[in-house]
Design a protein around this ligand. Structure first.
Ligand code: ADE
Length: 229
């Protein structure tokens, strides 16, 4: 997979790609991530990329021309499966979207900033809009990092144990069951006996029951989700 991230703050978004599972995926050649500084496509030599909004109102809007130039350069070099815009006024990211995107070859992610982008960018170039939650961030960069993390870890070969992504929370619309490790008892707090029993069908049943119980308590909305039924 190749991901091209268009941003006004490349330094802000780079570090999550330099650690842990994502770094290993890059080192193994399973994903390439490229950062594009929107100021390299500015409309003048002062690096202008934004302007006041027509009709008045607070906040600057990212201009169409720098974004057009950057996206046009990228799309002239290869075909993209999706051109994604990170913005709070969009569908909220979930595991199903992450699963779908992990099967794509080439993605562009445009990070919003200030008051957002000129609406014509959304209409002319963007194929998918994603929010990471019902709150407003200072820009789309942290959202893009979250999106990339959740997508990259699903690319086949990225996680050592192929089954571990499948047992994540949400993969079957259930929250994950509790997990324990050594010691089997700590200050009088014991690990549930069933996990020490070696009876794997029973352990699976216990995990499923706990996952269901947790979901009913914490996120009952997931159980009513259409996708589940
Ligand atoms: N930009 C600002 N807020 C955002 C959010 N919640 N999700 C994605 N991008 C954003």
């Amino acid at each position: 997979m190749r991901i091209d991230i268009i941003t006004v703050s490349p330094e802000l978004i780079k570090s999550p790609f330099q650690y842990s599972i994502i770094k290993r995926a890059i080192d193994k050649g399973l994903v390439e991530v490229h950062f594009h500084d929107l100021r390299d496509y500015a409309v003048n030599s002062y690096g202008k990329i934004d302007d006041y909004q027509f009709g008045g109102g607070a906040g600057m809007v990212l201009m169409i021309e720098p974004i057009d130039k950057c996206i046009t350069k990228l799309t002239s070099e290869r075909q993209y499966d999706e051109i994604i815009y990170m913005t709070p006024d969009a569908h909220v990211l979930n595991q199903q979207t992450a699963n779908e995107l992990s099967l794509k070859q080439n993605l562009i992610i445009l990070c919003g900033h200030y008051k957002g982008v000129d609406q014509r960018v959304r209409e002319l170039f963007i194929t998918k809009e994603i929010s990471i939650g019902d709150y407003v961030l200072s820009g789309g960069e942290l959202g893009a990092a979250v999106l990339c993390d959740t997508v990259i870890r699903l690319i086949p070969g990225v996680l050592g144990d192929e089954t571990s992504a499948l047992s994540d929370s949400f993969q079957d619309n259930l929250l994950a069951p509790p997990v324990y490790t050594r010691p089997a008892e700590y200050k009088g707090e014991a690990v549930p006996n069933i996990l020490l029993s070696g009876n794997f069908p029973k352990i699976e049943q216990w995990r499923h029951d706990k996952a269901l119980e947790r979901t009913q308590t914490i996120r009952p909305d997931l159980l009513n989700d259409e996708k589940n039924n």
